[in-house]
Design a protein around this ligand. Structure first.
Ligand SMILES: Cc1cc2nc3c(=O)[nH]c(=O)nc-3n(C[C@H](O)[C@H](O)[C@H](O)COP(=O)(O)OP(=O)(O)OC[C@H]3O[C@@H](n4cnc5c(N)ncnc54)[C@H](O)[C@@H]3O)c2cc1C
Length: 330
């Protein structure tokens, strides 16, 4: 590991002043420290956010949003009574994220900003395009964990379980900058390889993700997060699906469908959302939705199985939604 400066600012303004070339933000460190040990990240200055008061707070505000400080740990979020009350979909995603030990340290902001888990990217022997090298070693190589949607010269998948769940809940992120702080829908936060081959989100070197805001779901909403991984405990998604559906009587009035583990960004399938709205959630419609969800899939040599996984997960999630409506559950 290379030597670096380590600073713990006490305010966001102080942290913003310290940012710039060679500086990097440290939250829980469960991803970044691994990257540093492997020489993938070589910051000259580490800015430890843990000295900033209030950055880990979770609170509801009168206009109906839940605001989650970016430094809140995954465990803290999972145990929060407002999350249990309004966002069971998020609890399901949190319970399937990493291990309890990691969830005690990993933060929500860090989870959204974590780097890819592609084994070529993580291995120092492969100078891939995401490390300013040339080409994608997964193309024509060992590609079974890689993207079936949205790949372009690079076929990483976004590793976060929280991201698809939060996106299905219409979350927004608050980004602090010395002169121009902004709130951005989570759907606009992530960038795929067509926009950048070296970063996975829109943050510049002068910015810090400070909070995530989630609106209260619509009335009669049902949400679920389903994930398939190779191992049951502590494993990243081979594929996952976050679904949020609301009804008026029997008619679907609101639908969000977001896939994880299958694309370089959390993959929102708007064409499925659109076909679900305005009708009943019948078995036939569910089958059509599952087919439509994989319309744009372009599997690589060894990951065609992900197409079947996506269809299976979506089918299960939509049937669960249908059953919950019939039972009048939330
Ligand atoms: C064994 C293992 C299993 C795992 N399994 C899963 C899993 O199943 N599902 C899953 O979703 N994740 C999984 N993870 C990943 C884990 O969830 C992330 O490492 C963690 O959430 C990152 O949060 P952190 O606070 O530790 O971030 P850090 O490691 O501190 O930071 C991660 C990155 O985000 C940047 N960053 C952090 N906070 C901010 C901020 N506020 N603003 C701007 N940039 C920021 C850092 O500079 C760094 O680049 C696993 C990790 C391990 C080690």
């Amino acid at each position: 590991m290379k030597t670096f400066e380590y600073i713990t600012p006490e305010t966001i303004d102080e942290a913003l002043e310290l940012l710039g070339e060679g500086a990097q933000i440290l939250a829980g460190g469960t991803d970044l420290l691994g990257e540093m040990k492997r020489g993938l990240a070589t910051p000259k200055r580490l800015i430890n956010l843990k000295g900033i008061q209030g950055l880990a707070d979770i609170r509801s505000i009168p206009d109906g949003f839940l605001t989650i400080g970016s430094l809140a740990t995954l465990s803290h979020l999972a145990e929060h009574p407002l999350v249990a009350q309004h966002y069971p979909l998020l609890i399901e995603a949190l319970q399937r994220t990493a291990s309890p030990q990691i969830r005690n340290i990993a933060t929500v902001g860090g989870n959204l900003c974590q780097r890819p888990r592609c084994w070529y990217y993580r291995h120092s022997a492969f100078p891939c395009i995401r490390k300013h090298g040339e080409g994608c070693f997964a193309m024509g190589g060992q590609d079974r964990y890689h993207a079936i949607f949205g790949g372009h010269r690079c076929f990483i998948v976004h590793p976060s379980d929280l991201a698809p769940a939060l996106m299905a809940l219409d979350a927004e992120v608050r980004i602090a900058h010395a002169d121009d702080s902004r709130i951005v829908p989570l759907t606009d936060f992530f960038v795929g390889p067509r926009d950048s081959l070296t970063q996975e989100n829109i943050l510049t070197r002068q910015e810090i993700l400070t909070a995530i805001r989630i609106p209260v779901p619509p009335d009669n909403a049902y949400g679920t997060y389903l994930k398939v991984s190779e191992r049951k405990a502590t494993d990243f998604a081979l594929a996952s699906v976050a679904v949020s559906i609301a009804w008026l009587d029997t008619q679907v009035t609101h639908a969000r469908v977001v896939l994880g583990g299958v694309a370089p960004v959390p993959w929102r399938v708007k064409q499925v959302e659109e076909m679900l709205i305005g009708d009943e959630l019948s078995g036939k419609r569910i089958e059509r939705a599952c087919e439509r969800a994989v319309d744009d899939a372009t599997p690589l040599r060894h990951n065609r199985y992900k197409v079947a996984l996506v269809k299976g997960l979506l089918r299960k999630a939509l049937h669960a939604a249908h059953r919950s409506r019939e039972k009048g559950e939330k």
